[in-house]
Write a protein that binds this ligand. Structure first.
Ligand code: FES
Length: 175
């Protein structure tokens, strides 16, 4: 339902009720996708509940833990802080899009080789944040890797293996 939020006599302005179903079309991991969801839904909820992209995990649900990190037009964002309707006509990438067929992406392979995960719950968020870094900053220092991943929490690994995995991918690309 769309209504007028302006006082009588004021110009312009409209709002959408939070529970109004809104149609959204976007690109998910290179394929066109569409769904309809309440206007108040976050992108994380829509990915999980409407598009089956359950690799996008939810931890804190208020922008602290990084578990829900996805790429929006190539930029790492917290999907719990983005409304689903804000993804209209944009490109969303999730952890499901990293591997090609049965072949792990280099970052996934490096995480495996460097034991950069234990419980795995937070791993998709780390992988997506690291994907943005590797793509956009091929010359990133180890300090920069730590900074770029500082918004992602992990209770199991102590972070060092994660940084080593990302470092290995950057080094291999530079070689
Ligand atoms: S669930 Fe989004 S940052 Fe924690």
């Amino acid at each position: 339902m769309i209504g007028d939020m302006t006082a009588p006599g004021e110009a312009g302005g409209s709002f959408v009720a939070a529970d109004a179903e809104i149609g959204v079309e976007l690109t998910l991991n290179g394929a066109r996708a569409s769904f309809s969801a309440p206007a108040r839904w976050t992108l994380a909820d829509a990915l999980r509940e409407k598009l089956g992209a359950t690799g996008t995990h939810l931890g804190c649900e208020h922008g602290v833990c990084g578990a829900c990190t996805v790429l929006l037009d190539g930029e790492a964002v917290r999907a719990c802080l983005v409304l689903a309707v804000q993804a209209e006509a944009r490109a969303v990438e999730t952890v499901e899009g990293l591997a090609e067929d049965d072949e792990l992406a280099p970052l996934q392979q490096a995480f495996h080789e460097h034991h950069a995960l234990q419980c795995g719950f937070w791993t998709p968020g780390f992988l997506m944040a690291a994907t943005a870094l590797v793509r956009n900053e091929p010359d990133a220092t180890s300090e920069r890797i730590r900074e770029a991943l500082s918004g992602n929490l992990c209770r199991c690994t102590g972070y060092a293996p994660i940084v080593a995995a990302v470092r290995a991918v950057l080094d291999e690309r530079a070689a």
